[in-house]
Write a protein that binds this ligand. Structure first.
Ligand code: GDP
Ligand code: GDP
Length: 435
């Protein structure tokens, strides 16, 4: 269970991206001496002891053609808005610079905990520089060196220690869902159509979305919550149009939802940016429904739906479990399919299969199509048990987990889906050695 979010801020070249990569345990992304090298990954999950939190590197969120000060301002705004803990990275090689002081001034205004990490504290002499950072007025600085791996245990301890106790907010007993998709696919229009009222402003200006918080509503006597993806508003639209920022917003909305409606714009068809959004929905382990919007603009014959379905399946292979619906938010057509489908998907996410029934299916599957031997050794499944819901998670007790190959995992997954449905929810299957 993700406990919260930490965000890294700081001026360029202090080592934010190096620290980010160390913390998420990957060193793949490019670290370069040129300040402001674009990075692909800006969020990841960190596990420390028994805790798990999300980490954002705001240094990777950039606005084109904006002065440096504006960019830093935006990064700090986003950190303050999105994070539960802020890690302010500085450099022992340079000491507290005037830019650091400007950032500190902004951070002093937030009530959220801020940790000053003095990076590049590679040796004892550089470590003395920490005292220079008391002038930032943000408490005791911490020494780290991303290059030498110094101070990371202490830094992680501190992050966990100051992170507020709450778990990410979800709505108990209410089905909550969000509408995600790139700008202009029709998210606000769909939300409005679902709510049957013009609560939000929908305009033809790209990126205009409603300014609202999570919206509760009732449908056929049941309560639902639409989770909002709107972000920082005060600086106008520039933030919304930054793809990486909108991805962060979608991420936090998905975290708080049971089901995500992933929108595709039928007028423009599928583009690359859609794949990032779809990936988020899948990775989060929540229910997913693919909504092909603006169906009114598509020229149709009797094969169109089938052709588009095929295209969607081939572009989003990992979302093969997600049902697809074709709607027009503008004309309110087929919108009434959505709520029943959201219910069905949410039920599937929460479904628990009795152990004996599950074992019948899995052991039968093994009998019909036994695993192929690998280096003369064959996987044997003895027993299977569902250990979690949301997403449904299964453990197979086997002779040797290393023999459980991806293709066989797919096969077992398909058999479980054939038997029990699990519409719209990812399922996880692990193999464990029988003791
Ligand atoms: P960012 O712009 O703040 O994300 O900074 P980067 O992570 O791209 O790092 C900028 C430069 O500082 C790179 O050349 C890194 O190799 C270097 N760097 C990062 N951490 C350390 C450190 O702990 N010690 C030293 N000496 N260099 C570091
Ligand atoms: P968002 O940025 O994803 O929230 O998208 P909006 O809801 O603001 O919609 C963007 C534009 O697409 C607006 O001009 C809408 O009127 C239009 N739009 C939304 N849904 C539909 C639809 O089903 N059909 C058509 N033709 N236009 C739509």
């Amino acid at each position: 269970m993700i406990r919260g979010t930490a965000a890294i801020v700081g001026r360029p070249n202090v080592g934010k991206s190096t620290i980010f990569n160390r913390l998420i345990g990957e060193r793949k992304s490019i670290v370069d001496d040129t300040p402001g090298v674009t990075r692909d990954r800006i969020y990841g999950t960190v596990e420390w002891l028994t805790q798990e939190f999300r980490l954002i590197d705001t240094g990777g969120i950039q606005i084109e053609d904006q002065p440096f000060a504006e960019e830093i301002n935006m990064q700090v705004d986003i950190a303050i808005e999105e994070a539960d803990v802020i890690i302010f990275v500085t450099s022992a090689q340079e000491g507290a610079t005037s830019d650091d002081i400007a950032i500190a001034r902004k951070l002093q205004k937030t009530k959220k905990p801020v940790i000053v990490a003095v990076n590049k504290s590679d040796n004892e002499q550089l470590q003395l520089m920490q005292y220079d950072f008391y002038q930032l007025g943000l408490g005791d600085p911490m020494i780290v060196s991303a290059a030498h791996g110094i101070g990371f245990g202490d830094l992680l301890d501190r992050i966990i220690q100051v992170m507020p106790e709450k778990k990410i907010k979800t709505y108990e007993g209410i089905t909550s869902f969000c509408v995600i998709g790139r700008p202009n696919v029709g998210k606000s229009s769909l939300v409005n159509a679902i709510l049957h009222e013009e609560r939000s402003i929908v305009s033809d200006v790209q990126g205009t979305t409603r300014d609202a918080i999570d919206t509760p509503f009732t449908y056929e006597g049941q309560e639902y919550m639409i989770i909002d993806t709107a972000g920082i508003r005060k600086r106008g639209k520039i933030y919304e149009n930054i793809e990486k920022y909108s991805i962060l917003r979608a991420l936090s909305a998905i975290d708080r939802s049971d089901v995500a409606l992933f929108l595709i714009d039928g007028e423009t068809g599928i583009i690359d940016q859609d794949k990032h959004v779809a990936g988020l929905a899948h990775d989060a382990g929540k229910g997913v429904i693919i909504v092909y919007n603006k169906w009114d603009t598509v020229e149709k014959d009797q094969n169109t739906m089938q052709t588009i379905t095929k295209k969607i399946r081939s572009q989003f292979v990992y979302l093969d479990y997600a049902p697809i619906v074709f709607v027009s938010a503008k004309n309110h057509s087929r919108i009434n399919q959505l709520i029943p489908l959201i219910n069905e998907v949410h039920d599937a996410c929460c479904l628990r299969i009795p152990t004996n029934v599950l074992n019948d299916v899995v052991l039968d599957a093994q009998m019909i199509n036994p695993p192929k031997p690998h280096n003369g050794r064959q996987l044997r499944i003895y027993y299977c048990s569902q250990v979690a819901v949301e997403p449904p998670t299964f453990v197979l007790f086997v002779n040797d987990p290393d023999l459980f190959h991806f293709s066989y995992q797919r096969y077992i997954e398909n058999k479980i889906r054939e038997a029990f449905g699990f519409t719209g929810t990812p399922i996880k299957i692990f193999a464990r050695q029988r003791t």
